[in-house]
Design a protein around this ligand. Sequence first.
Ligand code: NAD
Length: 484
Amino acid sequence: MDLAAPPSLLPDALRLRRHLHIGGEWTSPAGTDVIDVENPSTGELIGQVPAGTAADVDAAVAAARAAFPGWAAAAPAERSAHLDRLHTALATRADDLARTIAVELGAPLKLATRVQVALPLIVLRDHVALAARPPVEETIGNSLVVREPIGVVGAITPWNYPLHQVMAKVAPALAAGCTVVLKPSELTPLTAYLLFDAVTEAGLPPGVLNLVPGTGAAVGEALAGHPDVDLVSFTGSTATGTRIMRLAADRIARVALELGGKSANVILPDADLPTAVKVGVGNALMNSGQTCTAWTRMLVHRDRYAEALDLVATAVAGYRVGDPFDSATRLGPLVSAAQATRVRGHVERALADGARLVAGGPGAPVPARGHFVAPTVFADVHPDSALAQEEVFGPVLAVLPFDDTDEAVAIANNSRYGLAGAVWSTDTEAALAVARRLRTGAVDINGASFNPLAPFGGYKQSGLGRELGVHGLAEFCELKAIQR
Ligand code: NAD
């Protein structure tokens, strides 16, 4: 196979993978089909992995099932020590991971290093500590209430944060005493292979963590519908989440769903507008807008609307689009041609719906090769229009005016999603009052930083359940009441 990216960027050993990881070994797949991995910055082929099948899922689930009793019974300190070794093995691969994510996703190398790789390492480090704690037990009247690991977890993950989305499932599942079969996104599987290189080095017990790459139609469906999978933990689109629930329903399997979003950034009239706009634009455009929590609707009081639009246009003009390996680049490509086409369709639709183009748009210059879309901002977006309602998952921001706080809250909550949001005000009590009224799983006040120990997840069609921290760990446990 002729690989396009120079070996200095990504050595062949990292990107030509022929095996699955089942029962603690690199094993051959049942079939012969492969999945090509593309560099979205150039459209060139940069790697290949096996296209797993239902037979591979059967083998991986059997291995996870066989490993479950031993792993579930292991002492917390032992599980914690395994996670600690995995952390060490993964941390030594941080540079390779960042480069791989920059190549297969197109994330600028700085973002790949500081967020895409650094965050999951923090999450894993947190779970070294969480795993070491004895399981929470409580006494309620004559009952001893204990938590036990759910069993075999099928983890299905997306491409936008290819290591973090995996770690947000694998770390708590293993910490809780569950065993796992992972199906990473077919668009970014190489990152998962690097994780399993670390798993091999760390010497996790055989079968505790297994890898079956492949498509959603083949491997994802087989895993979600597998009779011996106790919990399907899924991150991805709401449409696929619906399908996963259906597949799990026949056997009443547990599901944990982290789905889409259309988050509102509510900027109250007394806010520090330059900061609110700068941080808001950065949030909406991060990772080329391919972030489920992205604040894609900026809500600004009408008195400051014109001022805000000027600030937005200036901020967006500072975003250089291009090669993820160029240190001046702030926006890489979208992950695939299909995603870029979908995003351009949203832009065309917004224009047709009468939104006012403030920055970017179809004519804005982008590199000729690769799946680039210019950062684009629309003003005067109607709260019921497609742009204000649909998840675009690209670098497209809608700016909407409001006249009073009640209207701002109503617009923010006018969404079938409820994942995240933001409020800005110099009066933090007023901001907190608005935060409490937003029907979302998270709200950041005045650009407060992400907390990887806080529960992460959505209201409404943004999902079911929570990830991260003690609440995330609880998702991988059953409750048992023992009366005495
Ligand atoms: P997607 O739903 O297309 O795919 C996600 C995963 O599901 C992939 O591994 C895919 O192969 C698999 N899949 C697809 N069809 C399947 C099926 N029928 N059965 C089982 N598995 C199947 O989503 P995507 O395009 O990879 O990711 C983008 C979406 O993910 C966006 O909507 C985004 O908002 C969402 N997302 C949500 C969060 C969150 O935490 N809430 C985080 C990241 C991404």
